[in-house]
Design a protein around this ligand. Sequence first.
Ligand code: FES
Length: 668
Amino acid sequence: VSAGRVGEKHEVVFEPFGKRASVAHNTPIMDAARELMIDVSTICGERGTCGKCKVRVDSGVEQLGPLKPAELRHLLKDQIDGGYRLACVCKVRGPLVIWVPDFSRQGKQRLQTEGLEVPVNLNSPVRKYFVRMHRASLEDSRGDDLRLLEALKEQHGLQVQDVTIDFDLMQRLAEVLREAAWEVTAVVWDDRRIIAVEAGDTSERKFGFAMDIGSTKLAGFLMDLATGKVQAVAARMNPQIAFGDEIMSRLTYAMKSPESLKELQAVLFASTGEMIEECCGQANVRPSEIYECLFVGNSAMEHILLGLRARNVGFAPYAPCFTKGLNISTRGLPRLGVNPGANIYISSIIGGQIGGDSVGDLLVARLLDSDDLLFDIDIGTNTELAVGNKDRVVMCSVPSGPAFEGMQIRHGMRAATGAIEKVSIDPSTLEVWYRAIDDVKPIGICGSALIDIPAELLKAGLIETRGRFNTSLLGDRRLKGRLRKGSDGMEFVLAWEEESGIESDVVITEGDIRALAMAKGAMRTGAAIIMKRRGVTEGDLAKVFVAGAFGNYVDPESARTIGMFPEVPIERVVFVGNSAGTGARMMLISKEARRRGEEIAQKVERIELALEPDFPVEYAKAMYFPHMNLDLYPITKEMLLRLGRISAASPPASLPSASKLHGGGVGL
Ligand code: FES
């Protein structure tokens, strides 16, 4: 370690920002980052107890000296090997190159509508052509349709023999042409259908709307089809929640009568219409300038959107009404408020419960373009999982329930102001740290913290691997009464009433932990089954893509510790945010991406979990944190051994009984 002198300065470079600062000897890395306005996470006030400020030291690690006790407590073996340190306890004593990973960035935006950006050819099927036409006269009395088509051919070289004019437009065409003094812009979809004709030259302005219909959340994007840029974003809860949290309950409702199906369709369209209006307002776009809308969603959502027979996707043999992408007009659908000639594209679906949202996921993660074996998980009320590469991709969908979206959890809530979004518990002092969104008094707990909580409780020895509270700690003075018997069994206080924004303590109950175990257990079971079918193991996976509404706010280490996905070194885990939404945007602005989406839907091999004999046994094993078979989680196992939470001599855990297994909300 360099001794350094008072007054000596060292250069620190922070990647991936490429920012550099010259800082005084012995400045904590955290302070150097702050000087450059780089927002490294902290919830403990930089006291070395939360472990949220992990950074990777790519050069100069030897200057930092041996690992400090706080680092030994919070860093896993693979992180230590990878050069990770805690930014708040390490001081600059020489030149450094530091990498700040996504998961250690504070970030402001909470609604995960963004996703990984993937390069895509800008090539929307919506084209606009300005034409000056000869006015009709006794000498030239061609029909208005021919006059327009021939002008398109002469002035833009359009092959017009197969181009049609929408009948709705035909009914207004004569007036539009004459009112515009024969100078108009034709909006042509895929060079096949004229869907609108506008007065004057409007060829610069064309917009589209891409929408991801999640069972719980809706995310919509107003896109400029000329530049491929996002103009505005809107998000809200899926209003169908009023008809049931779970997809099955909504499908059951939809099957009651044609009117109930229409009701579910209507609320979805009403919300979509509002989101379109909101986006247009933000971006100064007229809704009539939207010429195409593209929807992705799971199969049930896509069926309900179109008012199609819901029974097909809800019950065996799970044969959907359609699998190929559909291009339809706005006619016959509830009002969206966009251009009446707009094309509506509903993404192809893979089958059963695996819909266009998964097509979006796979477009983004590019499994079918990869030589390496990749794994993709899109966490939601239904979780879709895929594994494979360009040779073969196997996929499944599991009903994991909305627990990680804050539902069915005593103090669960969505990621909004006042939601606890990060939690940390010091494994030795059992001190609890949390951070609430917008730094106000906490009023509930959102998804990213619901992943942290079981991980932190497990590391602190407050729960055992089956998710039960460790009652031997009931009277432990360090806890100051946080662990207690509540009205519904054991519970743990995260925030006391006096520090919370509600008139009670904010707690997590044993029942909540059980709901989380069931949700993550369902996901992990899906993973086990598709990996087995594809003939791969954890060690074969070059990358694990994690998509979902809470995206980048999730601590990947917490997610791995609780066993949400197969254990791989943390460097291989990539959070891609709302990749279904990203895929939808790609397909909206690019014909190639849409074609690729169709190919994906055809090529992916789908497993119907209801038919999998291994499911109950795998599920029972996967309900443990992280898994009943700890050998599948060697990194976590090593950590739990080191912390003394398990002993090398512990007998192998036994499977819970079948009746216990089926006692909760996740079922097939
Ligand atoms: S900020 Fe470094 S451990 Fe909390």
